[in-house]
Design a protein around this ligand. Structure first.
Ligand SMILES: Cc1cc2nc3c(=O)[nH]c(=O)nc-3n(C[C@H](O)[C@H](O)[C@H](O)COP(=O)(O)OP(=O)(O)OC[C@H]3O[C@@H](n4cnc5c(N)ncnc54)[C@H](O)[C@@H]3O)c2cc1C
Length: 417
């Protein structure tokens, strides 16, 4: 799906992964730098078919690109022309750059979350409904509005700290390559899940207006789904890394927990042990149909459990507010409530109570946390204010009715469509 169509002023170059054949000998897949077009016409032998607009996304000319007898200079081959000593290692090395993309593209979910938190939060503060006594009540009064916003604000603070930590570790050449790739996968798994769950919820918590792309949330949700698939499909990455970790734990370890007794660290260790025990009993091991049936469905969740612990510890080291850390922890516990009940020694009622306490502590900070994200200049959502809403309504196709300008403008409740 790379965008490859000719666009005036934007000549395009691509990194094409193709099989290197030398006098009939297969020398494995290799990266080639290829001029795709000069901004006006496609290079000879290269065809581009532009795909339709991806639902909800901003316009990018995602394309199907085909190559037929394209002549390349020798210098376009990156690396040696000699046969690789190990085909699999060569392949893994060629595709290893994907994990740079895995980490980099996942970072985009932090500003996505910030912008949408701002919209959902400010709308919930602004939108009023009539209470039982006739007085106006802002919808932020309801815990069902507060909770998803506070959970996201806590996650944003935790993810920002983790992002810095993760980039540092990812660039640390002393760590084995599979460990660095494992960190990128864990980062992507956690951020993808958190972003998609959060935006899905907020769409509805903003009512019908959440369904309009003008208000950012549903559009960002669809954008984040694209992120989940591109630069390494999240689920497939998780399957690979879970398999790796279960089979090679002693060789390639993700950074061990600083606080092994914390609930998230105990959870991570236990769910991996659970799967390792299952694997040991499986005839045929990790390539067996049994592995497919029993372990594959748990892989995203396994990597996520490691990621949640890594994120929490990075935030703890970065001195993220204990109030936000507590909210993040209760949110993570809620995602595998049954483990914490069965093995973590935290009853269901206690789990509810922990979340209630954590959200109570965070609530007075909500408005201030929204403002501190400094994302208002990047938000154009009409539901943010009466004036933006009025402007939006003025631009709507109108048939019949009173002339609003003559009658003093729209004075109906602006939270309605
Ligand atoms: C926004 C966007 C931008 C993109 N940009 C580019 C680009 O610039 N260049 C480029 O080359 N590509 C690009 N892609 C393509 C992207 O790399 C692929 O879409 C991605 O690797 C998934 O492959 P697929 O679409 O063929 O899905 P499929 O492989 O058909 O996946 C479908 C399902 O099968 C599952 N699956 C696949 N393999 C396994 C497995 N081994 N085990 C278990 N389940 C499996 C997947 O998890 C998924 O659930 C882009 C994609 C998107 C969405």
């Amino acid at each position: 799906m790379p965008p490859t169509s000719p666009i005036e002023g934007h000549p395009r170059v691509g990194l094409v992964i193709a099989r290197l054949m030398v006098r009939g000998e297969d020398r494995g897949v290799r990266p080639f730098v290829v001029r795709i077009n000069d901004g006006r016409v496609m290079s000879e032998g290269i065809t581009c078919r532009v795909l339709p607009r991806r639902t909800g996304s901003k316009m990018v000319d995602h394309s199907i690109t085909m190559f037929n007898h394209v002549h390349l200079p020798r210098s376009s081959l990156l690396g040696s022309i000699e046969p690789p000593s190990n085909d699999r290692q060569n392949f893994l090395s060629v595709i290893s750059r994907i994990s740079v993309g895995t980490l980099a593209i996942s970072m985009a979910m932090i500003p996505i979350l910030k912008r949408c938190a701002f919209v959902a939060g400010k709308y919930s503060l602004r939108r009023h409904i009539r209470g039982p006594t006739g007085s106006q009540i802002p919808i932020i009064t309801f815990r069902t509005q507060q909770a998803p916003i506070l959970h996201a604000l806590a996650s944003i603070a935790v993810f920002e700290a983790w992002a810095t930590d993760c980039v540092q570790k990812f660039c640390d050449a002393r760590l084995e390559t599979p460990v660095r790739h494992g960190l990128a996968t864990a980062f992507k798994a956690v951020l993808t899940k958190a972003t998609q769950d959060t935006l899905y919820t907020w769409t509805e918590r903003c009512g019908a207006q959440g369904l309009y792309e003008h208000n950012h949330i549903i559009e960002s949700q669809l954008e984040s789904r694209g992120i989940s698939i591109s630069e390494g499909d999240t689920l497939t990455l998780c399957i690979r890394k879970s398999r790796h970790r279960m089979l090679l734990q002693e060789k390639y370890k993700l950074p061990p927990p600083d606080h092994p007794e914390s609930p998230l660290a105990r959870h991570e260790a236990s769910v991996f042990d659970e799967c390792r025990t299952l694997l040991q009993k499986m005839e045929g091991g990790h390539r067996s149909p049994e592995f497919n049936r029993v372990i594959l469905p748990r892989c995203h969740f396994l990597i996520e459990s490691a990621g949640q612990r890594l994120a929490y510890e990075a935030a703890l080291s970065a001195n993220v507010s204990p109030i936000l850390l507590a909210i993040y922890e209760t949110g993570s516990i809620r995602q595998d409530s049954s483990w914490y009940l069965e093995k973590g020694g935290i009853s269901r009622e206690k789990q509810f109570e922990m979340e209630i306490q954590a959200l109570d502590a965070g609530l007075p900070l909500l408005d201030q946390l929204l403002d501190q994200m400094d994302v208002e200049p990047y938000c154009t959502a009409p539901i943010l204010s009466e004036s933006l809403m009025e402007k939006f309504n003025d631009g709507l196709t109108t048939y019949g009715g009173v002339d609003m300008a003559m009658s003093g403008g729209i004075s109906i409740a602006q939270s309605k469509l």
